[in-house]
Design a protein around this ligand. Structure first.
Ligand code: COA
Length: 163
């Protein structure tokens, strides 16, 4: 186990991820806008990369929290997915993913989606394993961390209600 990085911790900036993907006709739903599932998949990819960067090991998705779909995304938009670790537990890593759609012709950018994703870091035997603590760099990050335990409790209630 990498005890050095566990002790020192990592900042959200160290693991943050930005992905950009052009939305093509193959991504469209029958109405001609981008299919929500395409956005969710890309958001999960960005989130899991941030979690893996934080953990320094593989991480699997265990929870997706209430993804918002605030604006439709048009085919032809450049989708930007920004993922930043917002809270960590022992083996779990919560990542806030924000999605923006850019019109590449005008540069106009619209915030379209956001969601919290939760991942669990797995050791080489596939067991949940400890992750580095999160070192906040600003007040906004501190606020997200401060509310993280509440969000975790709410998720575990949902897990137990669903089972
Ligand atoms: C991830 C997995 C190994 C965890 O197994 P588990 O028996 O629940 O493990 P634990 O009870 O030790 O929980 C491990 C951590 O996950 C968290 N967790 C588990 N289920 C959760 C849920 N539904 N929501 C939020 N957190 C959850 C626990 O709170 C714990 O966090 P902590 O270590 O920070 O305190 C198991 O749920 C799994 O394999 N899930 C499938 C993952 C997958 O296939 N994802 C899709 C492909 S990436």
């Amino acid at each position: 186990m990498k005890t050095d990085s566990l002790d020192v911790g990592k900042t959200p900036s160290e693991s943050s991820v930005h992905l950009a993907q052009l939305m093509l006709p193959e991504h469209a739903n029958p109405l001609g806008n981008v299919h929500g599932g395409v956005i969710m998949k890309l958001a999960d990819e960005a989130g899991s990369l941030a979690a893996m960067r934080h953990a320094g090991m593989h991480a699997v998705t265990v929870f997706v929290e209430s993804m918002t779909f605030d604006e439709p995304v048009e085919v032809g938009a450049l989708l930007h997915l920004n993922a930043q670790v917002s809270w960590v537990g022992r083996s779990s890593i919560e990542v806030l993913v924000r999605v923006d759609a850019e019109n590449p012709l005008t540069g106009h950018v619209v915030a379209t989606n956001s969601a919290f994703f939760v991942y669990v870091a797995l050791d080489k035997k596939g067991r949940p394993t400890l992750v580095p603590r999160l070192v906040c760099e600003n007040e906004k990050q501190k606020e997200l961390v401060a509310d993280g335990e509440k969000r975790k409790s709410a998720r575990l209630r949902i897990r137990s209600d669903n089972n």
